[in-house]
Design a protein around this ligand. Structure first.
Ligand SMILES: Nc1nc2c(ncn2[C@@H]2O[C@H](COP(=O)(O)OP(=O)(O)OP(=O)(O)O)[C@@H](O)[C@H]2O)c(=O)[nH]1
Ligand SMILES: [Mg+2]
Length: 424
């Protein structure tokens, strides 16, 4: 499958970035996002020639910005020798097309940049399929733009007759690919859920590490479990969940999963696409939310992660909040982190400072969630006894006249099932 950007490395080399501060945004938010966009674009090995922050009072349907401002930006971009204009704000397909016509340059938005990075990083079959699907869905309404791969051969302005037919063909091709990708994904995901069901039969509690991209999730997994997940100072180093076993004190085991990082303005298609991968997050017994305490935008990162978790249906999960990179933090950073999350732990995945405390907190949560309970199960309900053996851990089993008395633990996901038999 051809790539929109990587197909034409000769063309897209210098970017002109545009950040848009709208009335409903917090003071300085657009500037922060623009800084992040700069990093994202650099990740694609495109030089950032210049950035421009625009204050927008009212969005226009045609170009988002007013025509005067738009022309000004085109002139600036050309003066800088840019070959692509990148908007932090999402552009509608029509706005994007209008910008490309006005400027004669490639015009993309943050969403597309993120899609490109994900596509660069995808290695396993599932990640590749998910990213391909998100890109196809993004490009479907954008096929008429001047420089899309699928419509590139068509000359500009040749929209009558043959052009229309071509467009119809392109649309069909993309729709067919979407159908095909969805079917492939279904197969891959069902294989994975078989693996997970197998794992759930073992009564090992599970934990998912979540957080903003580059917070140090993979480094933390590596430090905790001796795993060798790639950790790197780049955004979205991890796309696929990796699960490793961590052995806590008293030989208590817990399965820890590292997950894809979150980011502000994550393309919606990607959240959708990654829901399957992030199922690990939803089914986990608890989450470890990792934050980079040294990042000046840590407050936004905190809010973004919580928002994405809520969108995934994991908003109510039990969570340990962890500020990472304490080795590089000063007192002021620690103070504001403390204000943001008073119960949080402070660790350094790099120097291992604070990891004992984190492990102790995990143990506490597991003990709370998997408290030893006493159950009285009628002889007629052998299925209940069988389920406790299968999903939990039975310490003792005693035959009484009218029931079986069991003492054991079970995972929280089974609590509703066992509740009627619990001895108060
Ligand atoms: N100083 C310091 N740097 C750290 C620490 N933990 C991680 N890092 C660095 O932060 C960068 C990102 O670490 P990763 O573990 O890849 O972060 P991640 O959260 O997995 O990132 P994504 O997979 O991209 O979402 C790397 O350069 C790490 O070396 C720490 O405790 N202290
Ligand atoms: Mg990672």
């Amino acid at each position: 499958m051809a790539d929109f950007l990587t197909d034409k490395p000769a063309k897209l080399e210098r970017a002109f970035l545009v950040g848009v501060q709208t009335a409903d945004m917090k003071e300085g938010e657009a500037a922060e996002l623009l800084g992040e966009l700069q990093e994202l674009v650099a990740n694609l090995r495109i030089t950032v020639a210049r950035t421009e922050l625009v204050n927008l009072r009212r969005a226009t349907p045609a170009l988002l910005l007013g025509t005067g401002k738009a022309q000004e930006i085109v002139d600036l971009a050309k003066a800088e020798g840019a070959d692509v204009i990148v908007f932090d704000e999402a552009l509608s397909p029509a706005q994007q097309r209008n910008w490309e016509e006005l400027s004669g340059l490639a015009v993309i938005d943050r969403q597309e940049v993120i899609l490109e990075i994900f596509s660069d990083r995808a290695h396993t079959r599932e990640a590749t399929l998910q990213v391909a699907l998100a890109r196809m869905e993004y490009s479907l309404p954008r096929l008429t733009r001047a420089w899309t791969h699928l419509s590139r051969q068509r000359g500009k302005g040749a929209m009558g007759g043959e052009g229309e037919t071509q467009l119809e063909n392109d649309r069909r091709t993309v729709r067919d690919r979407i159908t095909h990708l969805k079917a492939e994904l279904k197969k891959v995901v069902s294989q994975r859920s078989v693996q997970r069901t197998k794992r759930q039969r073992v009564p090992v509690p599970t934990c998912a590490i979540v957080g903003y991209t580059n917070a140090g999730k993979s480094t933390l997994l590596n430090s905790l479990t001796g795993a060798r997940v790639m950790a790197a100072d780049k955004l979205f180093a991890t796309l696929d969940p990796t699960t490793r076993q961590l052995v806590l004190r008293g030989n208590q085991k817990v399965l820890v999963t590292d997950t894809v990082g979150f980011i502000r303005r994550l393309p919606h298609g990607l959240v959708e696409a990654f829901k399957a991968t992030l199922e690990e997050v939803i089914v986990a017994d608890f989450l470890v939310h990792v934050l980079d305490v040294t990042n000046p935008n840590v407050e936004q990162h905190h809010a973004t992660t919580l928002a994405v978790l809520a969108e995934l249906g994991a908003g109510d999960q039990t969570m340990i909040t962890v500020f990472n990179k304490t080795d590089a933090a000063d007192a002021a950073m620690r103070r504001s982190a403390r204000r943001l999350a008073p119960d949080a732990l402070f660790v350094s995945a790099l120097t291992r400072e604070g990891l004992d405390g984190l492990e102790a907190r995990c143990l506490e949560l597991i003990a709370e969630a998997h408290a030893v309970t006493e159950l009285l199960v009628p002889h007629t309900r052998y299925d209940v006894i069988a389920r406790l053996h299968a999903t939990g851990h039975v310490q003792s089993e005693e035959q009484l006249d009218d029931a079986v008395r069991l003492i054991g633990r079970y995972p929280p996901t089974q609590a509703a099932f066992f509740a009627p038999f619990v001895v108060k």
